[in-house]
Structures are given as C-alpha cells and as structure tokens.
Design a protein around this ligand. Structure first.
Ligand code: GUN
Ligand code: ZN
Length: 444
C-alpha cells in the first residue's frame, strides 16, 4: 500500500521513542534501524520503518534519498545559547562576573546596529546548522534590533527557534540598561511581531537576578500573565559569587530561585541555565513547578563555575536539556558538548551513557522546552528536523569505528571524537538546509 509522501530517506536511524524519567527507561525506549526508511510529507514525519517493510509503500524506488552508511539522528536541540557572544568565544582568564564586565557587555553593546545584528545572525544560524543543531533557545541582547535580525533569518530557514531580547535595568554599563517600562513595551511589541509566526517562539529573557530590579521582574511577570504560552529564559545559580550577590540584593527572598518564583517566573516553559549550586528546596521548587534546566558543560568548565549534578537532577525529577552557552561555552557542536558532559559526570562517579546523552540532546531537550509533541524523535506526526552523521571521517575515527561493535559504542565514540566534520547534512522542516559544500560566508 502506498502512503502519500513527498520525500523518502534511507539510512541508519537512532532515536528514543518516548520521554523518560530515568536512564533505565531511556535504554528501554531506544530505537535503532540499521537499514531504515523515513517517509515525510512536507515538514512532517509520516513513518519510520525497516527498509524491507517500508519499501512496498514507495512510488518510485529510484527517488529515494540514499544515506546508507550514515547515521541519522533527530536534530540536536540547544537549550541555552547567546547568539551575540559568537564573536567572543574563548575570552581569557575570568570567571562569570568579571567575564561579563570585561568581555561580554562591550560585545553586546554593538547589537543595536541592524546591519551588525543581521550579519551575526546569519553567521550564528549557519554555525548551528553546520553542527546539526536544528532548534535553539537563544539570548539576544537588550536591543530589539538583535532579535528582529535573528528571527528574520531563522524564519527564512524554516527553523523552530525560540529567542528573546535581554531585559536588564541595573548592574551593567549604562548603554545596555533600560527602564522597566521600556523593557515591557519593547518586549510586548516583539512578542506580537514574532511569537507563533511560523515555527518561531518568543522567550521572556531577563538576563539574571543581579541585573533585574524588582520593578523589572514585575514587568516580566505581567508579560507572562498576558502571554502565558511564551517561554521564560534566564540564568540561575551558576557561580558562587553570583549566588551570594543575589542573596545580598534580595535579602527578603528565600534564596536565588525564590527571586524568580516570587514573580511567578517558574513553571512549564521556564528554562533556567546552569543550576550548579542549588539548595534542596530549590530542586524541589523546580520539580513542583515543572521548570527546566539547561546543563551547559563546556561553559561550566570554561568559566570554572562548577559541576552540574546529573544524578541529583534525575533523583529530583527535574526536566533537563543540553546547552552550549556560547560564548562562555566553547563549542557549537553538541557531540563535543556531550563528550564534556560525560567528563563532568566522571568527576562525580556518574557514567553518562551515549543513549542518555543523545536523549538529553534530542527528545529530553524537546521536553525541557515543552516541545516534545513536535520535536525530538522520528515518531509519526513529528516535525522533520534531523541530522545526517558520517560516523567516521578521520583516520582516527575510522580506526576506532572499525573496532566498535554496537550502536551504543559507536555513539559513545562519536561523542568522544566527533565534531562538525561528522555532520553530513542537516534537515529542517523536511528540507535539507545545510551540507558541507555550503560555503559559509566569512564575516568581516
Ligand atoms: N549570567 C548572566 N549573563 C550571563 C551570560 O551572558 N553568560 C553566562 N554564562 N552567564 C550569565
Ligand atoms: Zn548563558
């Protein structure tokens, strides 16, 4: 029987078929088809089946897009990244608070220029796609122009992307500060312009508690009440000095998370980056409110912020995705980011298995963004975002691939040795939007 489809894709497929609440459950829900056939109709997945079963549905076997020898995964989801910081990755010598003052704020002050924002948005999105990342939750800068540029470019590519203008009214250079009233008004206009347009979504983005006055957080709360399906994206408990500063700025609150919780900024679609130094009651509050964490291993190591507690996150039942946190993070590549996550686990006697790692970067990330009905695996009805991986592209990778046995071992070797050289193609919304022969334009 032939199903209606617009594209048929053959290759090896790996995904996790349903959300999981433990690493053991992830293992039970993995799916690997060594020779599979994916049918898509426009931007949607119709079916994923073994080739031998599925091929009878084909109208024209010659028209199949043949990725045999490649491994196809759901598109990677980056749950925390700053696009304006692309141009400052690898800033030397500081930890969070000094790093922000010395490097970050000066770079971000350039994004009121629409031409600069447009140039860097295009560069940034090409970096995501060339690394197999199809969805991201993105910080702009305080300038509305920064997110106008990013949304315009992502919309043209058909990407499912969530972003927001930074909101901040204290403890940063004057040129990056705004009043709560202006922040409210500009954010509201951006939500109306971009939220729900095609696949784009808006995230309220107060930078973090230290750059937010109570009046600013009250403005964020008001917007959340007016637009209950927008996301909330901020930082939480990344650095010990930062935590002490928040306690000093908000002595009336019961710790860092309570600052956000007091303004009702916890909840479904709230994503808190880092969460390294949480108290027990803060974990419980995240769980109770169904808030999510973005775990950003390369950033946490680069800034010396601390070690994310993977075991605690499972034990407490808090939703979590992986973030690169460019430009405190050091790579756009999710395979490399997972390799660093593994090392963070090793330092705490936690062994992050490949299936679990891939879960965090795909369906788990989708769930953390409340997008698991749309993204994260190859189930029928999901959106057709995926990454085609060449599992062995260097002599070392070929040697190691040749002596690995199972799909799990191969995935683990990929997250140890892999990088953007392994990305053979990236598909968004049922279209191939990136292949290695795309020449990325240099930015002057
Ligand atoms: N906390 C507040 N702003 C930032 C930022 O830009 N990067 C990181 N890593 N942490 C932050
Ligand atoms: Zn960040």
């Amino acid at each position: 029987m032939s199903a209606h489809y617009t594209k048929a894709i053959r290759g090896s497929f790996f995904d996790i078929t349903a959300p999981a609440d433990s690493p053991q459950q992830i293992m039970r829900q993995t799916r690997y088809l060594d020779d599979g056939l994916l049918l898509i109709d426009g931007g949607r997945i119709i079916s994923l089946r073994p080739w031998d079963e599925g091929k009878s549905a084909l109208v024209d076997e010659q028209a199949v897009i043949d990725y045999r020898g490649k491994l196809i995964l759901p598109g990677f989801i980056d749950t925390h990244i700053h696009y304006p910081q692309t141009e400052m990755i690898g800033a030397f010598g500081e930890q969070l608070l000094e790093w922000l003052q010395r490097y970050t704020f000066p770079v971000e002050s350039q994004y009121g220029c629409p031409a600069h924002a447009a140039r860097m948005s295009a560069f940034f999105l090409q970096q995501l796609l060339s690394n197999g990342t199809t969805t991201a939750l993105v910080f702009g800068t305080v300038h509305p122009e920064s997110v106008d540029a990013l949304f315009s470019a992502a919309g043209r590519l058909g990407m499912r992307l969530i972003a927001g203008k930074v909101m901040m009214d204290r403890n940063a250079p004057d040129e990056l500060l705004e009043t709560p009233q202006d922040s409210y008004r500009q954010t509201r206009e951006l939500i109306q312009r971009w939220h729900g347009k095609g696949r784009l979504g808006y995230a309220l983005t107060p930078r973090f508690a230290p750059t937010s006055s109570p009046a600013l957080l009250a403005a964020v709360q008001r917007l959340r009440e007016e637009f209950p399906d927008v996301w909330l994206h901020t930082h939480l408990s990344e650095n010990q000095q930062e935590v002490a500063w928040v306690n000093a700025l908000y002595p009336e609150r019961d710790g860092y998370l309570d600052v956000y919780h007091h303004y009702r900024l916890t909840g479904r679609r709230s994503v808190f980056a880092h969460c390294l130094h949480l108290e027990d009651r803060e974990w419980d509050c995240l769980r109770r409110t169904r808030s999510s964490i973005a775990f950003c291993p390369t950033s946490n190591l680069f800034l010396g912020s601390g070690l994310f507690r993977l075991q605690r996150c499972w034990d407490k039942g808090v939703l979590m995705g992986i973030g690169t946190d460019i430009g405190a993070g050091t790579s756009f590549n999710i395979l490399q980011t997972l390799g660093e996550a593994y090392k963070v686990g090793q330092l705490q006697q936690y062994s992050l298995a490949a299936a679990e790692a891939i879960y965090h970067a795909t369906l788990g990330g989708a769930r953390a963004l409340d997008l698991d009905a749309q993204l994260g695996n190859f189930n029928a009805g999901k959106e057709a975002d995926f990454v085609v991986i060449d599992p062995a592209v260097t002599p070392l990778q070929r040697l190691r691939y040749g002596n690995s046995q199972t799909i799990f071992e191969r995935l683990f070797v990929l997250m140890t040795l892999g990088d953007d050289r392994n990305i053979a193609a990236t598909w968004v919304n049922g279209e191939c939007v990136w292949q290695p022969d795309n020449k990325q334009q240099e930015v002057a």
